[in-house]
Design a protein around this ligand. Structure first.
Ligand code: GDG
Length: 498
Protein backbone atom coordinates (compact mmCIF):
# COMPACT_ATOMS: atom_id res chain seq x y z
CA UNK A 1 0.00 0.00 0.00
CA UNK A 2 1.28 3.48 -0.87
CA UNK A 3 2.15 5.90 1.90
CA UNK A 4 -0.36 8.45 3.10
CA UNK A 5 0.09 12.00 1.82
CA UNK A 6 -1.45 15.01 3.54
CA UNK A 7 -2.62 18.03 1.56
CA UNK A 8 -1.38 20.45 4.24
CA UNK A 9 1.67 20.27 6.47
CA UNK A 10 1.06 18.44 9.70
CA UNK A 11 1.91 19.40 13.26
CA UNK A 12 1.79 16.38 15.53
CA UNK A 13 1.37 17.11 19.23
CA UNK A 14 2.01 14.29 21.68
CA UNK A 15 3.14 14.02 25.28
CA UNK A 16 6.49 12.66 24.11
CA UNK A 17 8.50 13.48 21.05
CA UNK A 18 8.99 10.53 18.65
CA UNK A 19 12.44 10.02 20.22
CA UNK A 20 13.78 10.74 23.69
CA UNK A 21 16.85 12.75 24.55
CA UNK A 22 19.55 11.15 26.69
CA UNK A 23 22.68 12.75 28.09
CA UNK A 24 25.81 10.84 27.07
CA UNK A 25 27.69 10.61 30.36
CA UNK A 26 31.09 10.38 28.65
CA UNK A 27 30.75 13.32 26.26
CA UNK A 28 28.14 15.33 28.19
CA UNK A 29 26.25 15.76 24.92
CA UNK A 30 22.56 15.15 24.31
CA UNK A 31 21.72 12.25 22.01
CA UNK A 32 18.50 11.04 20.43
CA UNK A 33 17.23 7.62 21.43
CA UNK A 34 14.84 6.35 18.77
CA UNK A 35 11.36 5.02 19.41
CA UNK A 36 10.31 2.10 17.20
CA UNK A 37 6.55 2.14 17.81
CA UNK A 38 4.03 1.74 15.00
CA UNK A 39 2.61 5.19 15.57
CA UNK A 40 5.96 6.84 14.93
CA UNK A 41 6.57 4.61 11.89
CA UNK A 42 3.32 5.73 10.25
CA UNK A 43 3.16 9.35 11.29
CA UNK A 44 6.81 10.45 11.04
CA UNK A 45 7.05 10.07 7.22
CA UNK A 46 3.94 12.23 6.75
CA UNK A 47 5.40 14.92 9.02
CA UNK A 48 8.81 14.77 7.32
CA UNK A 49 7.55 14.68 3.70
CA UNK A 50 5.08 17.48 4.34
CA UNK A 51 7.70 19.65 6.02
CA UNK A 52 5.66 19.54 9.23
CA UNK A 53 6.61 19.71 12.89
CA UNK A 54 6.41 17.55 16.01
CA UNK A 55 5.64 19.10 19.40
CA UNK A 56 6.30 17.11 22.57
CA UNK A 57 8.22 16.56 25.79
CA UNK A 58 11.80 15.42 25.09
CA UNK A 59 11.92 12.83 27.90
CA UNK A 60 14.50 14.72 29.96
CA UNK A 61 14.47 17.73 32.29
CA UNK A 62 17.18 20.13 31.10
CA UNK A 63 18.85 22.80 33.25
CA UNK A 64 18.98 24.98 30.16
CA UNK A 65 15.78 24.62 28.11
CA UNK A 66 17.51 26.42 25.23
CA UNK A 67 20.09 23.65 24.86
CA UNK A 68 19.77 22.65 21.19
CA UNK A 69 18.20 19.38 20.17
CA UNK A 70 20.81 17.26 18.36
CA UNK A 71 20.36 16.08 14.80
CA UNK A 72 19.92 12.33 14.35
CA UNK A 73 22.95 10.08 14.17
CA UNK A 74 24.15 9.61 10.53
CA UNK A 75 23.67 5.83 10.93
CA UNK A 76 20.11 6.19 12.23
CA UNK A 77 17.78 3.97 10.16
CA UNK A 78 14.61 4.69 12.12
CA UNK A 79 11.64 6.62 10.67
CA UNK A 80 12.54 9.79 12.59
CA UNK A 81 16.06 9.97 11.14
CA UNK A 82 14.89 12.58 8.62
CA UNK A 83 13.18 14.72 11.25
CA UNK A 84 15.50 17.74 11.44
CA UNK A 85 15.95 19.34 14.84
CA UNK A 86 14.42 22.59 13.53
CA UNK A 87 11.24 20.58 12.93
CA UNK A 88 11.09 19.42 16.53
CA UNK A 89 9.48 21.63 19.16
CA UNK A 90 10.43 20.53 22.67
CA UNK A 91 8.03 21.41 25.47
CA UNK A 92 10.00 21.85 28.68
CA UNK A 93 8.04 21.59 31.90
CA UNK A 94 9.39 22.21 35.37
CA UNK A 95 10.00 18.86 37.11
CA UNK A 96 7.43 19.20 39.94
CA UNK A 97 4.71 20.39 37.60
CA UNK A 98 5.48 17.60 35.14
CA UNK A 99 5.30 14.98 37.87
CA UNK A 100 1.91 16.24 39.05
CA UNK A 101 0.57 16.43 35.47
CA UNK A 102 2.00 13.11 34.26
CA UNK A 103 2.13 10.74 37.23
CA UNK A 104 -0.64 12.51 39.13
CA UNK A 105 -3.35 13.46 36.66
CA UNK A 106 -2.58 11.45 33.49
CA UNK A 107 -1.59 8.16 35.07
CA UNK A 108 -3.18 8.50 38.50
CA UNK A 109 -6.57 9.77 37.32
CA UNK A 110 -7.30 9.44 33.60
CA UNK A 111 -5.58 6.10 33.04
CA UNK A 112 -7.63 4.14 35.64
CA UNK A 113 -10.83 6.14 35.09
CA UNK A 114 -10.84 5.75 31.33
CA UNK A 115 -10.12 2.03 31.77
CA UNK A 116 -13.29 1.85 33.92
CA UNK A 117 -11.38 1.23 37.15
CA UNK A 118 -12.58 4.25 39.17
CA UNK A 119 -11.55 2.81 42.54
CA UNK A 120 -7.95 3.23 41.50
CA UNK A 121 -8.41 6.83 40.36
CA UNK A 122 -7.23 9.71 42.53
CA UNK A 123 -9.01 13.04 42.08
CA UNK A 124 -6.77 15.91 43.11
CA UNK A 125 -7.35 19.60 42.44
CA UNK A 126 -3.59 20.16 42.51
CA UNK A 127 -2.94 17.53 39.82
CA UNK A 128 -5.80 18.91 37.74
CA UNK A 129 -4.38 22.45 38.01
CA UNK A 130 -1.04 21.21 36.72
CA UNK A 131 -2.68 19.19 33.95
CA UNK A 132 -4.44 22.38 32.88
CA UNK A 133 -1.20 24.41 32.96
CA UNK A 134 0.82 21.82 31.04
CA UNK A 135 -1.89 21.62 28.39
CA UNK A 136 -1.69 25.40 28.12
CA UNK A 137 2.07 25.17 27.65
CA UNK A 138 1.66 22.57 24.90
CA UNK A 139 -0.97 24.78 23.24
CA UNK A 140 1.37 27.81 23.31
CA UNK A 141 4.18 25.80 21.73
CA UNK A 142 1.78 24.40 19.13
CA UNK A 143 0.62 27.91 18.32
CA UNK A 144 4.16 29.16 17.72
CA UNK A 145 4.82 26.05 15.63
CA UNK A 146 1.75 26.85 13.56
CA UNK A 147 2.84 30.44 13.08
CA UNK A 148 6.30 29.46 11.92
CA UNK A 149 4.81 26.89 9.56
CA UNK A 150 2.42 29.39 8.01
CA UNK A 151 5.15 32.03 7.64
CA UNK A 152 7.45 29.48 6.00
CA UNK A 153 4.77 28.31 3.57
CA UNK A 154 2.98 31.61 2.96
CA UNK A 155 2.37 30.84 -0.70
CA UNK A 156 0.73 27.49 0.01
CA UNK A 157 -3.05 27.27 -0.32
CA UNK A 158 -3.32 24.04 1.68
CA UNK A 159 -4.61 24.28 5.25
CA UNK A 160 -2.18 23.04 7.94
CA UNK A 161 -3.32 20.19 10.11
CA UNK A 162 -2.77 19.92 13.87
CA UNK A 163 -3.04 16.38 15.23
CA UNK A 164 -3.18 16.07 19.02
CA UNK A 165 -2.66 12.66 20.63
CA UNK A 166 -4.08 11.01 23.68
CA UNK A 167 -5.33 11.57 27.21
CA UNK A 168 -2.36 13.72 28.20
CA UNK A 169 -3.55 16.58 26.00
CA UNK A 170 -7.33 16.65 26.05
CA UNK A 171 -7.50 20.39 26.85
CA UNK A 172 -5.02 21.82 24.36
CA UNK A 173 -7.21 22.29 21.27
CA UNK A 174 -9.34 25.29 22.28
CA UNK A 175 -6.35 27.49 23.11
CA UNK A 176 -4.79 26.73 19.74
CA UNK A 177 -8.07 27.31 17.93
CA UNK A 178 -8.79 30.61 19.69
CA UNK A 179 -5.28 31.96 19.10
CA UNK A 180 -5.42 30.90 15.45
CA UNK A 181 -8.78 32.62 15.01
CA UNK A 182 -7.51 35.82 16.64
CA UNK A 183 -4.56 35.87 14.27
CA UNK A 184 -6.74 34.95 11.31
CA UNK A 185 -4.75 31.79 10.65
CA UNK A 186 -6.34 28.75 9.05
CA UNK A 187 -5.84 25.30 10.55
CA UNK A 188 -7.70 22.03 10.91
CA UNK A 189 -7.53 20.24 14.21
CA UNK A 190 -7.88 16.52 14.95
CA UNK A 191 -7.56 14.49 18.13
CA UNK A 192 -7.01 10.76 18.66
CA UNK A 193 -7.48 8.90 21.95
CA UNK A 194 -5.36 5.75 22.26
CA UNK A 195 -7.16 4.43 25.34
CA UNK A 196 -10.88 3.64 25.80
CA UNK A 197 -13.39 6.43 26.33
CA UNK A 198 -15.53 5.26 29.28
CA UNK A 199 -19.32 5.15 29.56
CA UNK A 200 -21.17 8.11 31.05
CA UNK A 201 -21.60 6.48 34.48
CA UNK A 202 -17.83 6.27 34.86
CA UNK A 203 -16.89 9.48 33.11
CA UNK A 204 -19.25 11.56 35.27
CA UNK A 205 -17.14 10.67 38.34
CA UNK A 206 -14.47 13.07 37.13
CA UNK A 207 -15.05 16.39 38.92
CA UNK A 208 -13.94 18.50 35.93
CA UNK A 209 -15.73 16.46 33.27
CA UNK A 210 -17.15 19.54 31.47
CA UNK A 211 -13.72 20.96 30.80
CA UNK A 212 -12.50 17.67 29.34
CA UNK A 213 -15.42 17.39 26.94
CA UNK A 214 -15.17 21.04 25.94
CA UNK A 215 -11.43 20.59 25.41
CA UNK A 216 -11.91 17.61 23.11
CA UNK A 217 -14.67 19.42 21.26
CA UNK A 218 -12.17 22.17 20.42
CA UNK A 219 -11.11 19.87 17.56
CA UNK A 220 -12.82 19.45 14.19
CA UNK A 221 -12.66 15.68 14.46
CA UNK A 222 -12.23 13.38 17.45
CA UNK A 223 -11.09 9.81 16.74
CA UNK A 224 -11.27 6.67 18.89
CA UNK A 225 -10.29 3.06 18.23
CA UNK A 226 -13.81 1.62 18.09
CA UNK A 227 -17.44 2.64 17.74
CA UNK A 228 -18.26 1.92 21.41
CA UNK A 229 -15.84 4.60 22.58
CA UNK A 230 -17.27 7.04 20.01
CA UNK A 231 -20.78 6.42 21.27
CA UNK A 232 -19.67 6.81 24.90
CA UNK A 233 -18.16 10.17 24.01
CA UNK A 234 -21.23 11.35 22.10
CA UNK A 235 -23.41 10.23 25.01
CA UNK A 236 -21.30 12.17 27.53
CA UNK A 237 -21.42 15.32 25.36
CA UNK A 238 -25.19 15.12 25.24
CA UNK A 239 -25.78 14.27 28.89
CA UNK A 240 -23.13 16.45 30.48
CA UNK A 241 -22.99 19.47 28.16
CA UNK A 242 -26.49 19.22 26.70
CA UNK A 243 -25.07 19.21 23.15
CA UNK A 244 -27.27 18.33 20.18
CA UNK A 245 -25.92 15.08 18.80
CA UNK A 246 -26.48 12.83 15.81
CA UNK A 247 -25.59 9.31 16.89
CA UNK A 248 -25.91 7.77 13.44
CA UNK A 249 -23.81 10.39 11.74
CA UNK A 250 -21.60 10.65 14.86
CA UNK A 251 -21.76 14.42 15.05
CA UNK A 252 -21.76 16.72 18.08
CA UNK A 253 -22.84 20.36 17.90
CA UNK A 254 -20.98 22.61 20.27
CA UNK A 255 -20.35 26.37 20.38
CA UNK A 256 -21.80 26.89 16.93
CA UNK A 257 -19.54 24.23 15.38
CA UNK A 258 -20.14 20.63 14.39
CA UNK A 259 -17.51 18.16 15.55
CA UNK A 260 -17.11 14.82 13.77
CA UNK A 261 -16.55 11.71 15.89
CA UNK A 262 -14.99 8.74 14.10
CA UNK A 263 -13.87 5.17 14.86
CA UNK A 264 -10.31 4.86 13.53
CA UNK A 265 -8.95 1.49 14.68
CA UNK A 266 -5.17 1.63 14.79
CA UNK A 267 -3.14 -0.95 12.85
CA UNK A 268 0.46 -2.13 12.95
CA UNK A 269 3.32 -2.00 10.42
CA UNK A 270 2.27 -5.47 9.24
CA UNK A 271 4.91 -6.01 6.56
CA UNK A 272 7.71 -4.94 8.89
CA UNK A 273 6.64 -7.59 11.43
CA UNK A 274 6.45 -10.23 8.69
CA UNK A 275 10.01 -9.35 7.64
CA UNK A 276 11.20 -9.51 11.23
CA UNK A 277 9.55 -12.91 11.69
CA UNK A 278 11.13 -14.19 8.47
CA UNK A 279 14.63 -13.23 9.48
CA UNK A 280 14.59 -13.71 13.28
CA UNK A 281 16.48 -16.75 14.58
CA UNK A 282 14.66 -19.42 16.60
CA UNK A 283 14.55 -18.52 20.26
CA UNK A 284 12.01 -20.92 21.71
CA UNK A 285 12.47 -23.08 24.74
CA UNK A 286 12.49 -26.70 23.57
CA UNK A 287 11.01 -28.10 20.40
CA UNK A 288 8.62 -30.52 22.08
CA UNK A 289 6.96 -27.92 24.28
CA UNK A 290 4.15 -25.58 23.31
CA UNK A 291 4.47 -21.98 24.33
CA UNK A 292 1.61 -19.80 25.47
CA UNK A 293 2.80 -16.21 25.09
CA UNK A 294 1.95 -13.06 27.01
CA UNK A 295 3.56 -9.68 26.17
CA UNK A 296 2.56 -6.55 28.04
CA UNK A 297 3.72 -3.50 29.89
CA UNK A 298 3.44 -4.43 33.55
CA UNK A 299 0.14 -2.63 34.08
CA UNK A 300 -2.93 -3.51 36.14
CA UNK A 301 -5.18 -3.01 33.08
CA UNK A 302 -3.49 -5.88 31.24
CA UNK A 303 -4.99 -8.63 33.43
CA UNK A 304 -1.68 -10.29 34.27
CA UNK A 305 -2.70 -11.71 37.64
CA UNK A 306 -5.91 -13.15 36.16
CA UNK A 307 -3.84 -14.61 33.32
CA UNK A 308 -1.45 -16.45 35.62
CA UNK A 309 -4.38 -17.81 37.62
CA UNK A 310 -6.10 -18.99 34.44
CA UNK A 311 -2.91 -20.78 33.43
CA UNK A 312 -2.67 -22.39 36.86
CA UNK A 313 -6.28 -23.50 36.49
CA UNK A 314 -5.46 -25.02 33.08
CA UNK A 315 -2.75 -27.16 34.66
CA UNK A 316 -5.18 -28.29 37.39
CA UNK A 317 -8.12 -29.04 35.11
CA UNK A 318 -6.21 -30.45 32.15
CA UNK A 319 -3.17 -32.28 33.52
CA UNK A 320 -2.33 -33.56 30.02
CA UNK A 321 -0.60 -30.18 29.54
CA UNK A 322 1.83 -30.75 32.43
CA UNK A 323 5.40 -30.77 31.13
CA UNK A 324 4.08 -30.00 27.63
CA UNK A 325 3.05 -26.37 27.83
CA UNK A 326 4.91 -23.32 29.14
CA UNK A 327 3.60 -19.83 29.71
CA UNK A 328 6.21 -17.33 28.54
CA UNK A 329 5.28 -13.97 30.03
CA UNK A 330 7.24 -10.88 29.00
CA UNK A 331 6.43 -7.97 31.30
CA UNK A 332 7.99 -4.67 30.37
CA UNK A 333 8.65 -2.43 33.40
CA UNK A 334 6.32 0.54 33.31
CA UNK A 335 5.68 3.57 35.58
CA UNK A 336 8.05 2.00 38.09
CA UNK A 337 8.02 4.97 40.46
CA UNK A 338 4.27 4.59 41.09
CA UNK A 339 3.28 2.50 44.13
CA UNK A 340 0.46 0.58 42.42
CA UNK A 341 2.88 -0.62 39.77
CA UNK A 342 5.43 -1.63 42.40
CA UNK A 343 2.69 -3.58 44.22
CA UNK A 344 1.70 -5.32 41.00
CA UNK A 345 5.30 -6.35 40.38
CA UNK A 346 5.46 -7.83 43.87
CA UNK A 347 2.18 -9.70 43.37
CA UNK A 348 3.36 -11.10 40.03
CA UNK A 349 6.73 -12.20 41.48
CA UNK A 350 4.95 -14.05 44.28
CA UNK A 351 2.37 -15.65 42.01
CA UNK A 352 4.96 -16.85 39.50
CA UNK A 353 6.97 -18.29 42.39
CA UNK A 354 3.95 -20.02 43.92
CA UNK A 355 2.74 -21.58 40.63
CA UNK A 356 6.22 -22.67 39.63
CA UNK A 357 6.82 -24.05 43.13
CA UNK A 358 3.63 -26.04 42.86
CA UNK A 359 4.15 -27.65 39.44
CA UNK A 360 7.87 -27.55 38.51
CA UNK A 361 9.51 -30.90 37.76
CA UNK A 362 13.19 -31.61 37.23
CA UNK A 363 12.99 -30.82 33.50
CA UNK A 364 10.11 -28.37 33.24
CA UNK A 365 8.81 -25.16 34.80
CA UNK A 366 5.33 -24.01 33.89
CA UNK A 367 6.08 -20.27 33.75
CA UNK A 368 9.03 -18.44 32.22
CA UNK A 369 8.81 -14.91 33.43
CA UNK A 370 10.86 -12.12 31.83
CA UNK A 371 10.64 -8.83 33.70
CA UNK A 372 12.28 -6.61 31.10
CA UNK A 373 12.28 -5.66 27.46
CA UNK A 374 13.32 -7.97 24.62
CA UNK A 375 14.56 -6.77 21.21
CA UNK A 376 12.13 -6.50 18.29
CA UNK A 377 13.85 -9.46 16.61
CA UNK A 378 13.37 -11.64 19.66
CA UNK A 379 9.82 -10.44 20.07
CA UNK A 380 9.03 -11.35 16.44
CA UNK A 381 10.56 -14.79 16.97
CA UNK A 382 8.45 -15.34 20.10
CA UNK A 383 5.33 -14.26 18.23
CA UNK A 384 6.22 -16.56 15.33
CA UNK A 385 6.97 -19.69 17.37
CA UNK A 386 4.30 -19.46 20.07
CA UNK A 387 1.39 -21.91 19.91
CA UNK A 388 -1.00 -19.46 21.54
CA UNK A 389 -0.98 -15.71 22.24
CA UNK A 390 -2.95 -15.22 25.45
CA UNK A 391 -4.00 -11.56 25.26
CA UNK A 392 -6.29 -11.01 28.22
CA UNK A 393 -6.48 -7.36 29.32
CA UNK A 394 -9.24 -6.34 31.70
CA UNK A 395 -9.60 -3.25 29.54
CA UNK A 396 -7.48 -1.98 26.64
CA UNK A 397 -7.98 0.70 23.99
CA UNK A 398 -6.86 -1.59 21.17
CA UNK A 399 -3.88 -3.88 22.05
CA UNK A 400 -1.19 -4.06 19.42
CA UNK A 401 0.31 -7.31 20.72
CA UNK A 402 -2.67 -9.28 19.36
CA UNK A 403 -2.07 -7.75 15.91
CA UNK A 404 1.71 -8.17 15.95
CA UNK A 405 1.27 -11.84 16.90
CA UNK A 406 -0.90 -12.61 13.87
CA UNK A 407 1.48 -10.71 11.55
CA UNK A 408 4.36 -12.92 12.73
CA UNK A 409 2.42 -16.19 12.43
CA UNK A 410 4.20 -17.36 9.28
CA UNK A 411 4.74 -20.98 10.36
CA UNK A 412 2.52 -23.73 8.95
CA UNK A 413 0.28 -24.71 10.66
CA UNK A 414 -0.16 -21.48 12.63
CA UNK A 415 -0.96 -20.90 16.29
CA UNK A 416 -4.09 -19.47 17.90
CA UNK A 417 -4.96 -16.00 19.16
CA UNK A 418 -6.96 -15.78 22.38
CA UNK A 419 -8.17 -12.28 23.14
CA UNK A 420 -10.26 -10.51 25.74
CA UNK A 421 -13.54 -8.92 24.64
CA UNK A 422 -12.60 -5.91 26.76
CA UNK A 423 -9.81 -4.86 24.38
CA UNK A 424 -10.52 -2.96 21.17
CA UNK A 425 -8.72 -5.82 19.39
CA UNK A 426 -11.28 -8.29 20.81
CA UNK A 427 -14.00 -6.24 19.15
CA UNK A 428 -12.35 -6.30 15.74
CA UNK A 429 -10.47 -9.61 15.45
CA UNK A 430 -13.52 -11.83 14.99
CA UNK A 431 -11.73 -15.09 14.25
CA UNK A 432 -9.79 -15.12 17.52
CA UNK A 433 -11.03 -17.14 20.49
CA UNK A 434 -12.70 -14.76 22.91
CA UNK A 435 -11.97 -15.15 26.58
CA UNK A 436 -13.35 -13.23 29.56
CA UNK A 437 -10.32 -12.82 31.85
CA UNK A 438 -12.51 -12.40 34.93
CA UNK A 439 -13.85 -15.95 34.57
CA UNK A 440 -10.73 -17.89 35.50
CA UNK A 441 -12.23 -21.36 34.86
CA UNK A 442 -13.71 -20.39 31.53
CA UNK A 443 -10.41 -18.74 30.55
CA UNK A 444 -8.66 -22.05 31.30
CA UNK A 445 -11.20 -23.86 29.11
CA UNK A 446 -10.61 -21.42 26.23
CA UNK A 447 -6.87 -21.86 26.58
CA UNK A 448 -7.30 -25.65 26.49
CA UNK A 449 -9.40 -25.28 23.36
CA UNK A 450 -6.71 -23.15 21.75
CA UNK A 451 -4.00 -25.70 22.63
CA UNK A 452 -6.00 -28.58 21.18
CA UNK A 453 -7.55 -26.86 18.15
CA UNK A 454 -7.29 -28.90 14.91
CA UNK A 455 -4.79 -27.65 12.34
CA UNK A 456 -7.33 -26.82 9.63
CA UNK A 457 -9.37 -24.63 12.00
CA UNK A 458 -6.21 -22.85 13.16
CA UNK A 459 -5.22 -22.19 9.56
CA UNK A 460 -8.64 -20.91 8.58
CA UNK A 461 -8.90 -18.53 11.53
CA UNK A 462 -5.34 -17.25 11.17
CA UNK A 463 -5.68 -16.64 7.43
CA UNK A 464 -8.66 -14.36 8.01
CA UNK A 465 -6.98 -12.58 10.91
CA UNK A 466 -3.81 -11.95 8.92
CA UNK A 467 -5.64 -10.78 5.85
CA UNK A 468 -7.53 -8.13 7.83
CA UNK A 469 -4.44 -6.82 9.62
CA UNK A 470 -2.42 -6.69 6.41
CA UNK A 471 -5.00 -4.48 4.73
CA UNK A 472 -5.84 -2.44 7.83
CA UNK A 473 -2.25 -1.72 8.75
CA UNK A 474 -0.89 1.42 10.40
CA UNK A 475 -0.56 3.22 7.08
CA UNK A 476 -4.24 2.53 6.39
CA UNK A 477 -4.98 4.06 9.82
CA UNK A 478 -2.94 7.13 8.91
CA UNK A 479 -4.88 7.47 5.66
CA UNK A 480 -8.20 7.03 7.46
CA UNK A 481 -7.27 9.87 9.79
CA UNK A 482 -6.29 12.17 6.92
CA UNK A 483 -9.47 11.22 5.09
CA UNK A 484 -11.60 11.98 8.17
CA UNK A 485 -9.88 15.38 8.28
CA UNK A 486 -10.41 16.00 4.56
CA UNK A 487 -6.62 16.17 4.15
CA UNK A 488 -5.80 13.01 2.26
CA UNK A 489 -4.29 13.35 -1.19
CA UNK A 490 -5.28 10.30 -3.22
CA UNK A 491 -2.90 8.90 -5.81
CA UNK A 492 -4.64 10.95 -8.52
CA UNK A 493 -3.87 14.12 -6.52
CA UNK A 494 -7.45 14.84 -5.39
CA UNK A 495 -8.23 15.72 -1.80
CA UNK A 496 -10.70 13.34 -0.16
CA UNK A 497 -13.48 15.09 1.72
CA UNK A 498 -14.67 13.71 5.08
C1 GDG B 1 -1.63 2.17 24.20
C2 GDG B 1 -3.04 1.65 24.56
C3 GDG B 1 -3.30 0.84 22.21
C4 GDG B 1 5.90 -4.83 24.49
N1 GDG B 1 6.89 -5.53 25.06
C5 GDG B 1 7.98 -5.35 24.30
C6 GDG B 1 7.64 -4.53 23.23
N2 GDG B 1 6.35 -4.22 23.38
C7 GDG B 1 5.58 -3.38 22.46
C8 GDG B 1 4.62 -4.23 21.67
C9 GDG B 1 3.52 -3.23 21.31
C10 GDG B 1 3.58 -2.22 22.45
O1 GDG B 1 4.78 -2.45 23.18
C11 GDG B 1 2.42 -2.38 23.42
O2 GDG B 1 1.26 -1.88 22.79
P1 GDG B 1 -0.19 -2.16 23.36
O3 GDG B 1 -1.18 -1.72 22.35
O4 GDG B 1 -0.30 -3.60 23.67
O5 GDG B 1 -0.32 -1.36 24.73
P2 GDG B 1 -0.02 0.13 25.33
O6 GDG B 1 1.43 0.34 25.51
O7 GDG B 1 -0.82 0.18 26.58
O8 GDG B 1 -0.58 1.19 24.24
C12 GDG B 1 -3.38 0.46 23.69
C13 GDG B 1 -1.97 1.53 21.90
O9 GDG B 1 -1.72 2.61 22.81
C14 GDG B 1 -1.96 2.09 20.47
O10 GDG B 1 -3.00 3.00 20.25
O11 GDG B 1 -3.39 -0.34 21.43
O12 GDG B 1 -4.69 0.01 23.98
O13 GDG B 1 -3.09 1.30 25.94
O14 GDG B 1 3.82 -2.58 20.11
O15 GDG B 1 5.30 -4.75 20.57
N3 GDG B 1 8.51 -4.19 22.26
C15 GDG B 1 9.79 -4.68 22.38
N4 GDG B 1 10.19 -5.46 23.42
C16 GDG B 1 9.33 -5.82 24.39
O16 GDG B 1 9.72 -6.53 25.34
N5 GDG B 1 10.68 -4.39 21.42
Amino acid sequence: MSEAVSSGSMIVVSNRLPFVLKRNEATGRLERKASAGGLVTAVAPVVIQGNGLWVGWPGIHLDDPNEPIPESDPNDQTPTAGLLSKKVVAVHVERGMFDSYYNGCCNGTFWPLFHSMPDRAVFSAEHWKNYYKVNQLFAEKTMSALMSLILEQKDSVATPLVWIHDYHLMLAANWVRQAAEEKDMRCKMGFFLHIPFPPWDIFRLFPWADEILQGMLGNDMVGFHIEDYCLNFVDCCQRRLGCRVDRKGMLVEHGGRTVRVRPLPIGIPFDRFVQLAESAPRVMLTTNQKVVLGVDRLDYTKGLVHRLKAFECLLEKYPEHLEKVTLLQISVPSRTDVKEYQDLKEEMDQLVGRINGRFTTYNWSPIRYIYGCVSQDELAAFYRDAAVAFVTPLRDGMNLVAKEFVACQINEPPGVLVVSPFAGAGEMMHEALICNPYEIHQAADVLHRALTMPEDERTLRMNYLRRREKVHDVNYWMKSFLKAMGSLIEEDGDEVLP
